[in-house]
Design a protein around this ligand. Structure first.
Ligand SMILES: [Ca+2]
Ligand SMILES: [Ca+2]
Ligand SMILES: [Ca+2]
Length: 314
């Protein structure tokens, strides 16, 4: 190899060394200048067309408390379940028109849980039933004379009210009508056996009035005439015959006739009353409204009017 060839080789080698290190330097600079990817700042390209959020059909409501009025139709007596369902729907519709929260239930467990929720909750609540007090709130056969869920419910200043229609308040328990063995379509006043598990004991125990009875002395029924309060508060009420009116002179303790809508005299000073609200001092109430045997009364309308125009009017 000649001398000039060596020089060329050395120059080429030196050039390569410089260019190699230069490339590395450039590469490093380029790398250090590339910003780290920051996913949060990355712009995403939508893969689907953006659809505007639709308003939900039912707007979210505030959590609701228990209803003001519960109507129990799971078991009835002296009114067929079918007729009671119609009266219940009438009452429900009228109450809803007045802005009152109301539900109909066939479940006695629902009655029990609702009563526990609404005991001493500071609001007037009303249970409507048709000749039956559910076993779930007043144990069948008068096995809990004191402290039942129903009795506790009417012993607070809430003014909670059991409003009963058709048969004697408390006489029957859940399922008694089924045990009668007569299908509802064959019910009539001549073939209705008395199957009430509680008979008069439920009313006596709920009121703590030992001998109170709703049998009108010496007659099958008593003619009721609408009172001035009845005319003012219950426009659907007309004169009728009650089979189980409240005998006003049997009230004892702090129980008093708070409102008489019809009576045997047509005024509050009377022997018998129906519809009537009895109240235990400043505590709870029992309302007897058209306690009649298979009679066609405006039960649903009058019950609603009593609640709208009196019990929940404030
Ligand atoms: Ca209450
Ligand atoms: Ca009692
Ligand atoms: Ca009591």
């Amino acid at each position: 190899m000649q001398k000039h060839q060596w020089i060329v080789i050395v120059v080429v080698l030196i050039g390569c060394m410089f260019s190699f290190s230069g490339c590395q330097r450039i590469q490093k600079i380029v790398l250090s200048e590339v910003p780290d990817p920051k996913p949060a700042e990355m712009v995403t390209v939508p893969t689907e067309p953006v659809v505007p959020m639709l308003e939900p059909e039912t707007p979210a409501e505030l959590p609701m408390g228990p209803v003001d009025v519960l109507i129990y139709t799971g078991s009835t007596w002296w009114i067929t379940p079918q007729a009671a369902a119609i009266e219940a729907e009438t009452t429900k519709s009228l109450l809803q028109s007045a802005g009152i929260q109301v539900e109909i239930t066939e479940s006695e467990e629902s009655v029990s849980s609702w009563m526990l929720q609404t005991t001493a909750n500071g609001s007037v609540n009303v249970l409507i039933s048709y000749g039956v007090i559910p076993n779930s709130v007043y144990p069948r056969g008068n096995t809990q004379p004191d402290g039942s869920i129903a009795e506790n419910w009417i012993e607070t200043p809430d003014g909670d009210t059991i409003l009963n229609q058709a048969d004697y308040l408390g006489w029957n328990s859940t399922g008694d009508s089924e045990r009668a063995g007569v299908p509802p379509q064959e019910w009539n006043i001549a073939n209705l056996p008395s199957v009430g598990s509680n008979e008069g004991g439920a009313l006596q125990n709920l009121m703590d009035i030992p001998n109170i009875s709703l049998f009108p002395g010496g007659s099958v029924s008593v003619s009721m005439s609408v009172t001035p309060d009845g005319n003012a508060l219950t426009p659907s009420l007309v004169n009728f015959d009650s089979h189980r009116p409240l005998s006003l002179n049997q009230l004892q303790g702090e129980w008093f006739a708070e409102k008489v809508f019809a009576s045997d005299t047509g005024n509050p000073q009377a022997t018998y009353a129906d519809p009537v609200i009895a109240r235990d001092g400043n505590r709870g109430r029992l309302a007897m409204v058209h306690q009649t045997a298979l009679e066609d009364n405006p039960k649903g309308e009058v019950a609603a009017e009593i609640i709208i125009n009196y019990l929940l009017s404030e």
